[in-house]
Ligand binder design. Structure first.
Ligand code: 5GP
Length: 189
């Protein structure tokens, strides 16, 4: 997605350790017009798939995922990274946070993820795939099905994309980054 790639080049910063900082439009401050374009692009790319629910993970996945859910006219469910004591019928998976370097139990309430539902997962970044694999686990615990996964930014030099391909998951990434070496942003195509 050219508009997104240009914005990454203009406003993105490499933090070292393979981390891209895009907090002026995605991870802290949010550009609603860009989110709308991102939502439309995902809806176009997954146009051939029937979706019952959009799923994401807090916090930065919520903005793009909400746009997609709104355009598709379905509910958005977001996984929590800390299990609230009040959650009913919890479904959870242990994940490793790429940016924080710690482990946590990501969870959703089984009240909102039903057997047979067709789920589209949308997130801000795909890195080593810990969150995405956790989502596959949680959705399968519910007896639901992941029909696709969409990422605003895929860091193709990390292992997540290959892990999802091995599992036969359909992935659509709007900007694919081949390298952040020497703090240079290099796109895969
Ligand atoms: P994974 O589970 O694929 O290793 O990492 C995905 C999660 O880590 C995303 O939900 C995102 O929040 C965070 N993440 C991974 N890489 C980056 C990055 O380069 N920049 C930012 N801002 N977040 C990242």
């Amino acid at each position: 997605m050219e508009l997104l790639k240009q914005r990454i080049l203009t406003d993105g910063r490499c933090l070292g350790g393979g981390i891209l900082k895009v907090d002026s439009f995605l991870n802290h401050q949010i550009d609603p017009k860009l989110m709308e374009s991102i939502g439309r692009e995902f809806v176009c790319r997954f146009g051939d798939v029937r979706v019952d629910k959009v799923l994401t993970v807090e916090a930065s996945g919520i903005a793009p995922a909400l746009m997609v859910a709104s355009l598709l006219g379905v509910d958005l469910l977001f996984a929590k990274k800390k299990q609230p004591s009040t959650i009913e019928a919890p479904l959870s998976a242990r994940i490793t946070s790429f940016t924080k370097g710690c482990e946590c139990d990501m969870c959703v309430s089984g009240n909102f993820l039903k057997q047979g539902e067709r789920v589209l997962f949308i997130d801000d970044f795909l890195a080593n795939g810990s969150v995405a694999l956790g989502i596959l686990d949680i959705v399968s615990q519910a007896g639901a099905e992941v029909v696709g996964m969409g990422f605003v930014v895929e860091k193709s030099f990390q292992s997540g994309a290959a892990l999802l391909a091995e599992r036969g998951v359909r992935v659509e990434s709007l900007a694919r980054i081949a390298s952040l070496d020497n703090c240079q942003i290099l796109f895969a195509e």
